[in-house]
Design a binder for this molecule. Structure first.
Ligand code: AKG
Ligand code: FE2
Length: 701
């Protein structure tokens, strides 16, 4: 069955490979699984090649499209193409194409890169560490929510024999690699490199798009049989088929704009390339290319004011004689897309078809009346996001020197997220850690309890007022307590100036929190240190909604976490999509790092298990609402003030505690420490987070 030119169906190889895997025959499993992947790639390549070839042939045989109803012009070519495809695939695959039709379950497995999950284990057992690592990484890229694999990857990272360049994505799409590098350079103001990588990404994306489009053509021999109730006539069948193809082609935009492992696409992928390139070219002094990108962008959004403004500017700079035209490839892209959309919308209006337009730039006049409402909504949403991005560029300087923005929303795949570094010095972190220690040891029962979130950790929390009270009692150092107030205030200023310049942000709650791994209770642990939640609403992952109602702290507007240390294992903060399982960004805590984000449904987040050691951070919540401003802080500041006054007296008192005016701690309002609601289950039990299950026999496929 392995004669050259003849591909063994990948699902057969896969099934055998998985059987060998469960028989712990690692050598055979690895070989079969690799061959399955190879076959799968071969099959896709054959399809691409045949579709491209048959499209050319059909175009040739069909001649130029005749005038008249568009359906008629396509009547002949579609049938010819179907014939051509069968023939081409048959000769390339060495068997009837139907032999390569795998079940939906298996196709899904391959789309999710499941074979790499098995391969990783097999290679590991064979002590082929390099290959195990790249298989693990390849799987993980497409399945970032897979807890088991995450652990394996962490283990690999700690192994001495593992080189960092083994963490390779064997299925990486070139345009995504280039795009991410390009955007990173762009954000770092490295415009030369940005231009190079973004051009590369644009070229690769357009070529991936062509490949994807080619896969839409011809009979869809890889589809489940569609159960058609009524038997349509030939004419209707071909029209329906043709619309199918067009829709499929249009959806390709989404496919190239979706990064493996993410569920939603980066919207407006192609135009956004042009926008970024336009800016970057201008920055490096290449106005000609900047103008060309601007003109190309305007093909998508002819009325875009800022871009029209730039265009005017380029015209002036370059002289009116210099002709500025859009890129040909983009012209072609837009024209073709518009033509296809027109046909699809015609069918939507007259033939009862439905269509989810993946583009946000589709001109209004193309969209049938009854669909306009939804389309407008989408466009509004997109506009808001574009504004967010532009807003970002406008952000004023941070109110403190030395602080850097390490990651912004874009790099964190979301909205209203940011990471600052160097908010605290090492010595300030040390002082604050000492405060947490001393508070924990203070003899007034303020001791670590089981975490409200997990039995595998202890949880200590200290409020600002409690810190002041401990200082008054002489349990902690006054200066450390004061630093607690100051550091949190500094963070507030940073967050305010970054997210809401000119609009006052009040504290709503301040909590210095340590999470400590309970020794001996970490084995087989699958839960999180803090389950995925949003800070101001109750996430409902099934309904994809977030309820702004008690017990959620609905008045919170922004959240900040200021980290104090990194000498622990696990404990990373991560963000997810609304589904609570698709991880979109991760932040590794370390001294002086402040992560801040809006508190709503756009920022579900959680904390990975703390597996060893103690993780301390200041959790900070802010609100625009004066009436929800943190009362404890007002009192804490009063205590500070009073202390300062007393120290100024000629015979200033002792360093700490001696002036305690007889108030007992119980008279002070006690904060509601600990559980802050919002404890939606993480779903480690779902299939996607487990090892692959045994496959069913092939005839059940
Ligand atoms: O400690 C962290 O990194 C996040 C904690 C958190 O999300 C919370 O307390 O609401
Ligand atoms: Fe939170």
């Amino acid at each position: 069955a392995t004669s050259p030119g003849r591909l063994v169906p990948y699902d057969l190889l896969y099934a055998d490979g998985v059987r060998a895997y469960f028989a712990r025959d690692w050598g055979r499993a690895a070989e079969l699984l690799q061959r399955a992947l190879h076959s799968y790639a071969g099959l896709r390549a054959a399809r691409r090649a045949c579709r491209a070839a048959c499209r050319r042939e059909a175009a040739f045989l069909g001649g130029p499209p005749r005038a008249g109803p568009w359906e008629a012009a396509l009547f002949g070519p579609v049938l010819q193409r179907a014939d051509c495809l069968q023939h081409c695939l048959g000769s390339r695959l060495g068997a009837a194409p139907s032999a390569h039709r795998a079940s939906l379950a298996i196709r899904r497995d391959f789309e999710r890169r499941e074979p790499y999950n098995y391969l990783q284990v097999a290679f590991f057992q064979l002590k082929k560490l390099d290959q195990a690592v790249s298989a693990a990484h390849t799987f993980f890229v497409a399945n970032p929510q897979h807890l088991q694999m995450r652990e394996d990857i962490e283990k690999y990272r700690r192994m001495s024999g593992v080189k960092s360049d083994n963490f390779r994505d064997l299925e990486a799409t070139p345009h995504w690699e280039a795009y991410e590098a390009g955007v990173q350079h762009y954000n770092a103001d490295e415009y030369l490199q940005a231009v190079a990588r973004l051009e590369e990404s644009l070229t690769e994306a357009l070529s991936a798009l062509e490949e994807c489009r080619a896969l839409c053509e011809g009979p869809r021999e890889d589809e489940e049989e569609e159960e058609e109730e009524m038997q349509p006539g030939l004419y209707e069948a071909i029209a329906a088929h043709y619309i199918q193809v067009l829709k499929c082609r249009q959806q390709c935009v989404l496919e190239i704009a979706t990064k493996p492992g993410r569920i939603s696409a980066t919207e407006d992928f192609i135009p956004s390339h042009l926008d970024l390139l336009q800016f970057a070219y201008n920055q490096v002094g290449n106005q000609v290319l900047a103008a060309e990108c601007a003109a190309s962008y305007l093909l998508f959004y002819p009325m875009d004011e800022p871009m029209l403004e730039k265009m005017k500017q380029y015209h002036t700079e370059l002289g009116e004689d210099t002709a500025v035209t859009a890129r040909e490839i983009i012209q072609h892209y837009v024209q073709r897309s518009l033509m296809e959309k027109k046909l699809i919308y015609y069918a939507v209006e007259h033939l009862g078809e439905s269509f989810d337009d993946p583009d946000l730039w589709t001109p209004d006049e193309l969209i049938p009346e009854n669909l306009k409402g939804k389309h407008r909504e989408d466009q509004e949403k997109q506009k808001q996001e574009t504004l967010d991005v532009k807003e970002m560029k406008k952000r004023g300087p941070l109110p403190f020197e030395g602080i850097v923005v390490t990651m912004d929303s874009h790099q964190m795949n979301g909205t209203q997220r940011v990471v600052f570094d160097r908010v605290l010095t090492e010595s300030e972190c040390k002082d604050l850690l000492r405060l947490t220690k001393a508070a924990g040891e203070a003899g007034d029962g303020y001791r670590a309890r089981r975490s409200p979130h997990t039995p595998h950790e202890r949880f200590e929390g200290l409020t600002v007022l409690k810190a002041m009270q401990l200082a008054q009692n002489g349990d902690v150092d006054w200066r450390d307590a004061k630093l607690f107030l100051q550091a949190s205030e500094k963070s507030r200023k940073i967050v305010e100036s970054y997210f809401t310049p000119g609009k006052k942000l009040h504290f709503s709650f301040t909590h210095l929190v340590c999470r400590t791994a309970v020794d001996e209770e970490q084995r087989g642990r699958m839960d999180l240190s803090h389950p995925v939640h949003a800070d101001n609403c109750l996430l409902d992952p099934e309904g994809q909604e977030c309820w702004r109602e008690p017990p959620a702290y609905v008045y919170r507007d922004y959240s900040g976490i200021l980290y104090l240390n990194d000498d622990f294992q696990g404990g990373g903060l991560f963000f997810t999509e609304m589904d609570t399982v698709t991880v979109t960004a991760e932040v590794r805590p370390k001294c002086g790092r402040l992560v801040a984000f809006s508190s709503g449904k756009e920022n579900p987040h959680g904390v990975w298990a703390v597996r060893r050691g103690r993780r301390c951070a200041m959790a900070l919540w802010y609100t625009h609402s004066q009436e929800h401003a943190e009362q404890e802080r007002v009192k804490a500041e009063e205590v500070m003030q009073q202390r300062a006054v007393e120290q100024d007296r000629p015979n200033g008192r002792e360093r700490q505690g001696a002036d305690h005016s007889g108030r007992s701690s119980s008279e002070l309002p006690v904060s509601s420490s600990g559980a802050r609601g919002m404890s939606w289950r993480h779903k480690p039990g779902s299939d996607r987070t487990q090892r692959p299950k045994e496959l069913r026999a092939r005839d059940e496929f």
